[in-house]
Design a binder for this molecule. Structure first.
Ligand code: NAP
Length: 262
C-alpha cells in the first residue's frame, strides 16, 4: 500500500501492458492487473510484489464479455484508490477487409473501441469529482495511416485517438489528464495474432523502449505521444491543419465548388 494512486492496467498479461505494470510498480504504485490469462497475471503479480513491494491485485476478465466488462467498470467506479487507468488491452485480426470474418470484426471493435470507451466512462466521473486522475489510451500510428492496410484495426485506433483528444477537451478543466499513446510496430505477441513474423519487419521497437518513451510523454503531460516520430513538428502541423479548418465548417451554403455538377 502506497500513498500514490493505484494503476489499473488492462492487457497486463504480456506485451505493452505487462511493461506498463512493471514500470508503474517500480515507480511505487499499487496495481490492478486485468487480462484473460489468470496464470500469466499471477506470475507477473508475484514477481512485482517481491521485486518492488507494491500491492498487486489480479482481476482476470475478458473485456469483450459484457459481465466481465461490467465487473471492471464497477471496480473503476468504486475503488477510490485507483487514480490511473491504462486502457491498453487491444488486438488486431489477420487479412484484408474482404476476407475478414464479421464476428472477428465485432470482437475487435468490442475490445479496441467499446471496452476502452466504457472503462474510461466508468473512471472519468470519479476522477472529475476528485479533481485528479489519468487515463492512458493506447492507440496506434495505424490510426493515422489507412495506407498501412489494416483498415478496421486502424479505424478502431483512430477512434481511440479522437476519444482521447475529445476527453481532454471535456475533462482537462476537472483536473483529468488523458494521454493517447501511438506506438508503431513494437515487438510483442500481437504480431502472432495477425500471422506476421515480426522478424521480417523493419523498424520494430522493443517493448521496454516503447513504454519508457510513452512515460516520458506522460511525465510531460503530453496529450498525444508518438514514441517513434523523430520530428514533433510533423504531428503539430497535422493538428494545426485540422484546427485551421474548424472555423470554415459553419456555412449556411455549400462550398462554391459543390454548387454545380460540372
Ligand atoms: P499483445 O502482446 O497481444 O497483448 C495484448 C494484451 O491484451 C494481452 O495482455 C492480452 O491478454 C490482452 N487481451 C487481449 N484480448 C483481451 C480481452 N478480450 N480481454 C482482456 N484482455 C485482452 O499486444 P500489445 O502489442 O502489447 O498491444 C497492446 C496495445 O498496444 C494494443 O491496444 C495494441 O493495439 C497496441 N499497439 C501495439 C502495437 C505493436 O506493434 N505491438 C503497435 C501499435 C499499437 P490475454 O490474452 O491474457 O487476455
Amino acid at each position: 500500500m502506497t500513498n500514490k494512486p493505484s494503476v489499473l492496467v488492462t492487457g497486463a498479461s504480456t506485451g505493452i501492458g505487462a511493461v506498463y505494470a512493471e514500470r508503474f510498480a517500480r515507480r511505487g504504485h499499487d496495481l490492478v492487473l486485468v487480462a484473460r490469462n489468470a496464470e500469466r497475471l499471477e506470475t507477473l503479480a508475484t514477481q512485482l510484489r517481491s521485486e518492488t513491494g507494491v500491492d498487486v491485485d489480479v482481476v482476470p476478465a475478458d473485456l469483450t464479455d459484457a459481465q466481465d466488462l461490467s465487473r471492471i467498470e464497477k471496480r473503476l467506479r468504486e475503488d477510490a484508490r485507483i487514480g490511473v487507468l491504462v486502457n491498453n488491452a487491444g488486438t488486431s485480426i489477420p487479412r484484408g477487409f474482404l476476407e475478414q470474418d464479421g464476428d472477428d470484426i465485432s470482437r475487435l471493435i468490442a475490445l479496441n473501441v467499446t471496452a476502452v470507451t466504457r472503462l474510461a466512462h466508468a473512471a472519468a466521473p470519479r476522477f472529475a469529482r476528485s479533481g485528479e486522475g489519468v487515463i492512458i489510451n493506447v492507440a496506434s500510428v495505424v490510426g493515422l495511416a489507412p495506407e498501412m492496410g489494416a483498415t478496421v484495426y486502424g479505424a478502431t485506433k483512430a477512434f481511440v485517438l479522437f476519444l482521447s483528444q475529445g476527453l481532454n477537451i471535456e475533462l482537462a478543466s476537472n483536473g483529468v489528464y488523458i494521454q493517447a499513446v501511438l506506438p508503431a510496430a513494437t515487438r510483442t505477441e500481437i504480431w502472432d495474432h495477425v500471422g506476421v513474423d515480426v522478424n521480417t519487419l523493419a523498424g520494430v521497437m522493443e517493448v521496454g523502449d516503447l513504454v519508457d518513451a510513452a512515460l516520458v510523454g506522460y511525465d510531460r503531460r503530453e496529450q498525444v505521444t508518438i514514441p517513434p516520430l523523430p520530428d514533433a513538428a510533423q504531428w503539430a502541423s497535422l493538428d494545426a491543419a485540422r484546427q485551421a479548418m474548424l472555423p470554415n465548417f459553419a456555412q449556411s451554403e455549400p462550398a462554391r465548388r459543390y454548387r454545380s455538377a460540372a
